[in-house]
Design a protein around this ligand. Structure first.
Ligand SMILES: *Cc1c(COP(=O)(O)O)cnc(C)c1O
Length: 378
């Protein structure tokens, strides 16, 4: 059996080596390393893939989120509602901009921001909601957009984990995650579903005026050379990363299907087990692109299971072990533990198994067998 990786970037590269290498060579031959033609080409390719009017490439997913917020007319002290159960980058940029993060609980089934919790958290100072499409599963954007419309709030989608996933609407239409809110951010960190070979990120929007503002902000607030109209930052996707992304983008949907196939096999193996709550996988639905495959382990020893898997050479991880409201940097006297029953439970129950595009049946059988072996014995 091939050694099991949490994310097998090497195996993936082996299969697309020639295309990627040719794309990198094109950058080397062009000698334009920053804002070269490949960056523009990638921007256009991604706009087409997502069916969104504007993609603004930048240096990483955290910058993308920060810049997206800088483009909106938010003032220090404005409240921004986001999920308590996510990677820290989401809340970090809110705090960094001197906005007030308001962390709310998540849904026990999809682990995304809870619609009821958003409604309860709205005050006259609320200005924006930041849903995170966690682990690759689209949040309930229809409900979130309805709340935003009613209360006149911005919606900024953190789409670092769900590029390629679809959000379904009750009228039967569907749109790609990251194209529904006022603005969205994504990350091309190597282990993300569309990863480059360094740092990278992008902002998406359908709003022409906002796109114009954002293009200035990423470039020192310049709209005309050496005229700085707003305070900006320096955040660029370099041409070599754009070359890698151009080579990989045509495979993204295949990659999503490979992840979904692996997830389907995992979930089938765990079906009906009393200690395992596996992610549900709907037929003919692309609402989940499985950035992570995350189980909940109930009434059993989650940490013991993790050690058992590690001992057998199976990488696994706890995303995320600590709720954001319990982090020192984001503690706030206004929070009560009773506001976060779901997150407080998830941090104790979740475990993410290896998930990538190169998992084979033998590896999946070994992983599921090892999980069941531990749970059935204890
Ligand atoms: C990875 C990630 C980010 C940050 O992306 P970087 O490119 O690492 O800065 C932000 N939000 C979420 C949910 C992420 O998973």
């Amino acid at each position: 059996m091939k050694k099991i990786q949490m994310v097998d970037l090497k195996g993936q590269y082996e299969r697309i080596k020639e295309t990627v290498n040719a794309s990198i060579q094109e950058v080397l031959d062009s000698n334009t390393y920053i804002n070269g033609p490949l960056v523009h080409e990638f921007q256009k390719n991604l706009e087409q893939y997502l069916d969104v009017k504007h993609v603004i490439p930048c240096a990483n997913g955290t910058d993308a989120l920060q810049i997206a917020m800088m483009g909106l007319d938010l003032k220090p002290g404005d409240e921004v509602i986001t999920a308590d159960f996510t990677f820290a980058a989401t809340v970090e940029v809110i705090a960094l901009l001197r906005l007030t993060p308001v962390l709310v609980d998540v849904d026990i089934v999809n682990m995304n921001i809870s619609i009821e919790a958003i409604k309860k958290a709205i005050t006259p100072r609320t200005k924006a909601i930041v849903p995170v499409h966690l682990f690759g599963r689209a949040a309930n954007m229809e409900a979130i957009m309805a709340i935003a419309k009613e209360h006149n709030l911005y919606v900024i989608e953190d789409n670092a984990q769900a590029i390629g996933a679809y959000c379904k609407f009750s009228d039967g239409t569907r749109k790609k995650a990251g194209t529904i809110g006022h603005v969205a951010s994504t990350s091309f960190f190597p282990s993300k579903n569309l990863g480059c070979y360094g740092d990278g990120g992008a902002i998406f929007t359908n709003d022409d005026a906002l796109a114009h503002r954002l293009r200035g902000i990423v470039n020192h607030g310049m709209y005309e050379r050496y005229h700085h109209d707003v305070v900006g930052v320096n955040s660029r996707l370099d041409s070599i990363q754009a070359g890698v992304l151009n080579a990989k983008l045509p495979f993204l949907d295949d990659y999503g299907r490979a992840r979904q196939n692996a997830a389907r096999k995992y979930t089938a193996a765990f079906a009906g087990h009393k200690n395992i709550i596996a992610p549900t996988i709907c037929d003919n639905c692309d609402c989940h692109v499985f950035h992570q495959y995350t189980l909940r382990i109930v009434d059993a020893n989650r940490d013991g299971l993790m050690q058992h898997l590690l001992d057998k050479g199976i990488p696994c991880a706890i995303y995320y072990p600590i709720a954001l409201h319990a982090q020192k940097a984001y503690a706030d006297a206004r929070y009560n533990e009773s506001d976060f029953p779901v997150t407080n439970r998830l941090v104790k129950e979740v475990i993410s198994l290896p998930m990538h595009t190169e998992l084979d049946d033998e590896q999946i059988a070994f992983i599921t067998g090892s999980v069941l072996e531990f749970l059935n014995r204890s």
